[in-house]
Design a protein around this ligand. Sequence first.
Ligand code: BDR
Ligand code: CA
Length: 317
Amino acid sequence: PHRIIIDCDPGHDDMAAILLAASHPAIRIEAITTVCGNASLENTTRNALRIVDAFGLDVPVHAGAVLPLLHRYEFPAAFHGPSGMDSAGVELPQTERKADAVGAVEAIIAKADANPGEISLVVIGPMTNVALALALRPDLAQKLKQIVFMGGSATEGNVTPAAEFNTWADAEAARIVFKSGAKLVMFGLNLTHQTLLSRADIAEVRAAVSGDNPVADIMTFYCGTYYAFAGEDKPGAPLHDPCAVAWLIDPSIFGIEQLPGEVIIGDGPGYGQTLIDFRPQDPRHDTRVKNVGVAMTVDARRFTELVTPGLIWGAKR
Ligand code: BDR
Ligand code: CA
């Protein structure tokens, strides 16, 4: 199986990504590391601990960055609710479990050191922890097998016209990661906006168990906030974070193009944008570094068929 660390800010779709990874034999989660993003670090860490506890995962949770490197913003309660993982009904139980004494950055470095070339880092929140790890240890770029991330976009943004939330929340960190030399595979909005968690999929998750179903209720909240701005007529909501895990499980669902990419950090309307260079070039004179594998296409039906069983697995725990 793929041995992964999930660096996350749960987060509704973060939970869906964790459930997909935890439920699938092709993946072994070695650690969960948390970062501020969708909510404060305190909240994202608490949510990760609740996930680990509620679904019986034998995985340590390491807390990471309290703040982005440079960017300061109000944690956005609009999408995931004030807790970072609000529910439309029943919530995950509270937990007494505590984060590991080892911090996220140290844990990422230690895992990579102990298993050179083996660990895939799946980043589904802002890239602050990864940038800090690379600042301490630039050689990590080669020690990690790859960095597979949800972030950025080759087309439209969401938090601004140009930028996706994760790369916008800590653009300086994302820029460090893009320039690190690590193998990068990007699942940006251009890709994730092609995916769909439909009302019927949630109904299927709900029907899987009788009685309380926090998984269905949490995903109902997530789709509800999406419908509130995209329109009630929408058939479902895009599922961002599980894309990165789904690619590890079944890369044949996706089409990836190796391209030059950078993150814009200048003040102004482009802040946090991932600028992907699609210009055709004569290969004899092309000196550009094609540093990012950019996911461009997805078989949305097969993607949903992979993700929904993960949610159902969680609902049954
Ligand atoms: C990303 O931002 C967060 O709200 C989601 O969990 C996802 O990681 C989408 O822009
Ligand atoms: Ca996330």
